[in-house]
Design a protein around this ligand. Sequence first.
Ligand code: XUL
Ligand code: CO
Length: 437
Amino acid sequence: MKIAFPNVKNISYEGVRSKNPLAFKHYNADEIVAGKTMREHLRFAVVYWHTFRGMGSDPFGPGTMQRPWDDGSNSVSNAQNRARVAFEFIEKLGAPFYCWHDRDVAPEGKTLAESNKNFDAVAKILKEEQKRTGIKLLWGTANLFSNPRFVHGAGTSCNADVFAFAAAQIKKAMEVTHELGGAGYTFWGGREGYMTLLNTDMKRELEHLAKLLHLAVEYKKQIGFKGQFYIEPKPKEPTKHQYDSDAAACLNFLREYDLLPHFKLNIETNHATLAGHSMQHELEVAGAANALGSIDANTGDELLGWDTDQFPTNIYLTTYTMLTILKYGGLTTGGVNFDAKVRRESFEPVDLFHAHIGGMDAFARGLKIAAAIRKDGRLAEFVKSRYASWDSGIGAKIESGKTSLKELETYILKKGEAAANTSGRQEFLENLINEFI
Ligand code: XUL
Ligand code: CO
């Protein structure tokens, strides 16, 4: 095969003084931070959809990307060639993982049988390339939103045949994920939501979605796939309201339908902000429920209200993200997956490298800063001491469930007034964070 990136050598760590745009300044894969290598902490993944299929089209114009290796056709051979290019890119970048939707890697045929055949033909190359390079599949997923058949959703479609089609597609995508040794499988509710409640039986749609996920859990057991299942929250786009609107809504749905033991969450930064939350908020909600699985690392634009999927470069964002991830024990099966795309104006192949290097360096800095803040201990100590009234006396009694409203009334009647509050010290804490940035 011809080399797709002839002017790019393997990206290496050159340290903060380097001026080389094709080198890492902070991501040093083998460097130990808080007991593990950076590679093990961050588990970076490259996405197939934006990086190898995104052509930069927007509602006002067609794609602009220069991708000289791609003949623009929908042929299996073009898809196979693209797979080899993808691995050249990921290998040169030094990311240990990648992720795909079924339809990113192989063209959809006229029938499901034809699509499955195409998928197998490209999966064969993916398997060869994984073996050659040691790069692993972080997760696979099925695209249940692009084809017009999914106009009313997939699992939540009013058309039962469409549900069946989605189920068949999930079955195949899970089989290929399993075959490629995938560490996980993700469900993002592409069009699972509504545009108007006037035509929507919400209760029935949610029950159907739960059915679909239960069928997937059952099939996972049947084929012996041990990877982690994830749900990826997003509040809107493409629908007006997506059922998996945020981490709390996903957890509630999973609990209501007895699915929680089988799923963790894949939290995406730009989806969090679309939901009106910070990334850290979503991670805390997931972490507190023991469901923090993986992240789709990107960022939105503060002034734009849609899913711009930009590469993350903000050190505060990566620091807060890594602080919460470390607090909940780190990424185990999950990873830092760059669900991000270069801007339409950044159309040269080398821009793909700049984008990923920037994101990886930003996360490496976030990791090092978060580890230093944790090692320093003042932040955690402050939070711990803020709740000291719960460690003994009446607080401990309430927490252990050994009290009643009557007893609490007697307690306060005797005291006359609650103990004095202390300052929340927000500015002090913000300054403390800045000591480490
Ligand atoms: C869409 C999105 C998806 C999922 C995978 O906003 O984030 O690409 O990550 O289906
Ligand atoms: Co995503």
